[in-house]
Design a protein around this ligand. Structure first.
Ligand SMILES: [Zn+2]
Length: 232
């Protein structure tokens, strides 16, 4: 049972280390830093995509404007409509033609205005993102510095706890300690618990027959979550 006591002592100290780790991970300092970092990592790709979209829309717009000008040009053919009528041409035919062309022009015009709106929106989005990127770059410099200092303090705290842990580790069987560390690094915590009614208190799995025998004499492992189990 000495091993169990040692492990429990170790675990109690270790929980302090875990608390510091968790506090650091959830800290405002880290959050600000990693959010800014992640934004800045993604920003160039987003800016590039917006830029490509704006260029694509502008190219379509240019084509449409050209098409509009071309069709408008064909209307000039009807400038001499009066002459044609004088020459006895069928006026209804020409009138129909002019109406069709006008309709086409109207349709293109509305497409053009929708596109202009899209280009403007895309451009505004680009500018806003660019502005935010520049602001975040400034913030990032500050956040990095603050986070660095914060980390240094936390590392100092962790070092103190770690020194105590190193001393305690000496009293633990190396094989068991290795397993403890492996579980701990898998974020299994607490690593060692007292069985409750022959069940793992954390996941509820019942001990097997051999598990019950082992736990009567010392430590066993939960078959499901692999925590160390002992009898209180
Ligand atoms: Zn379990």
């Amino acid at each position: 049972m000495k091993q169990v006591e040692q492990l429990l002592k170790y675990q109690e100290e270790d929980s302090k280390l875990l608390k510091i780790e968790q506090d650091a991970a959830a800290s405002e300092e880290r959050k600000n830093y990693s959010q800014a970092k992640s934004f800045l990592t993604k920003a160039p790709e987003k800016l590039e995509a917006l830029d490509a979209k704006a260029r694509e829309l502008s190219a379509i717009l240019e084509k449409l404007n050209k098409k509009y000008a071309e069709i408008e040009e064909t209307l000039k053919d009807f400038d001499n409509l009066n002459e044609l009528i004088d020459e006895g041409a069928d006026i209804s035919f020409y009138k129909k033609n002019v109406a069709q062309i006008s309709d086409k022009l109207k349709a293109i015009k509305s497409e053009v205005s929708a596109l202009q709106k899209a280009v403007k929106e895309s451009d505004e989005e680009y500018k806003a993102l660019k502005k935010k990127t520049i602001a975040t770059q400034k913030e990032y410099a500050e956040y990095s510095e603050t986070y660095k200092k914060y980390k240094e303090t936390k590392l100092k705290e962790m070092k103190t706890v770690q020194d105590g842990l190193d001393k305690l580790a000496k009293g633990i069987d190396p094989e068991i300690f290795k397993k403890y560390q492996a579980k701990r690094s898998e974020k299994i915590f607490p690593v060692i618990c007292a069985v409750q009614n022959d069940r793992c208190p954390k996941c509820g799995t019942e001990l097997s027959i051999s598990g019950k025998e082992k736990v009567a004499n010392g430590v066993t492992e939960c078959e499901y979550c692999h925590r160390f189990l002992y009898k209180d």
